[in-house]
Design a protein around this ligand. Structure first.
Ligand code: URA
Length: 237
C-alpha cells in the first residue's frame, strides 16, 4: 500500500505536494469515492481518478540513461512520426523523458516512469546541475566571458552559469568549444545564452546531469540506472 499523493506523483501527474492540494480540494477519487483527507493509502488494484480522469499506473519503477542522437525528439510520440527518445529503449514500462533536449542536441537524457523523481529533477528549487559542451561561432573575448559569468538576462530572468571552461579555440574556422554548467532547465537555454552574446551555438551536447555522465556511451546507446544511482538522485532534493 502506498500513500495516495505518492501514487499520483509517481504517475507523472504532478508533484507530491500539488497532489496533496488536489486531494484537499476534492479533485481525487478512489474507486469512485471522493477522498478529501491526506493519509489515505491505496493498493495497486485501486482505481484513482484525478480531475475526473483515471490515472494509469506502472508498479515497477524504471530508470534509463540514453545518449540521445541528433534528429530525435524528446517526447513519447511525435505527430510527424520522427523518432523519439522512447523508441530507443526496449521496455514495456510507460517511460517518458525527464525534461527535453532539442531535436538537434545530442547527449545525456534520463527516461523514467517515476513521476516523483522526474519532478524532483526538473524542479528549479533543487538546482540540479547540467553540463553541456557547445561548439559556438567565434572566439570569446574577456567581455563575453565576464558577461557569461555575471549572468545574462534571458526572457526577463537572469541565467547564472555555475561553471564555464573554454576547451578549444579554432582561429582558422573561427569557432570555439566551450563547457558550460547551469542549473536551469528552460527550453533552448544554452542556445539563448550564446545568442545573447552573439556567438550562436553550432552544435550542442549534454554530457552530465548531477553526478551522472555520458562517459563512453555511443550515440543511441542506453543503460539502466543502478539502485545506488537512483537513491543518490533522490538525495539531491
Ligand atoms: N539548451 C538548449 O539550447 N538546447 C538543449 O537541447 C538543451 C539546453
Amino acid at each position: 500500500m502506498e500513500r495516495l499523493q505518492k501514487v499520483i506523483a509517481d504517475a507523472g501527474i504532478t508533484s507530491r505536494r500539488k497532489a496533496e492540494e488536489l486531494i484537499l480540494a476534492g479533485k481525487v477519487c478512489v474507486n469512485g469515492e471522493v477522498v478529501k483527507t491526506l493519509g489515505v493509502k491505496v493498493s495497486g488494484s485501486d482505481l484513482i481518478e484525478v480531475n475526473g480522469a483515471l490515472i494509469e499506473r506502472d508498479t515497477a519503477k524504471k530508470y534509463y540513461l540514453l545518449n540521445k542522437p541528433r534528429g530525435v525528439i524528446s517526447s513519447v510520440s511525435d505527430d510527424k512520426k520522427r523518432p523519439t527518445v522512447v523508441d530507443y529503449i526496449d521496455t514495456d514500462a510507460r517511460i517518458y523523458p525527464v525534461g527535453r533536449l532539442d531535436y538537434d542536441t545530442t547527449g545525456l537524457i534520463l527516461l523514467t516512469n517515476d513521476g516523483e523523481l522526474a519532478n524532483l529533477l526538473m524542479h528549479p528549487t533543487n538546482k540540479i546541475p547540467k553540463t553541456y559542451i557547445a561548439k559556438i561561432e567565434g572566439i570569446l573575448n574577456k567581455d563575453d566571458i565576464d558577461r557569461l559569468k555575471n549572468g545574462i538576462m534571458i526572457d526577463g530572468r537572469k541565467t547564472v552559469i555555475q561553471d564555464f571552461k573554454i576547451r578549444d579555440k579554432d582561429f582558422e574556422k573561427k569557432t570555439s568549444l566551450v563547457e558550460v554548467t547551469i542549473v536551469e532547465g528552460r527550453n533552448h537555454i544554452i542556445k539563448k545564452l550564446f545568442d545573447a552574446i552573439h556567438h550562436p551555438v553550432i552544435r550542442l551536447s549534454r554530457i552530465k546531469i548531477a553526478f551522472l555522465s555520458i562517459d563512453k556511451m555511443k550515440s543511441g546507446e542506453y543503460r539502466e540506472l543502478t539502485i545506488k544511482e537512483v537513491k543518490k538522485l533522490y538525495s539531491l532534493r
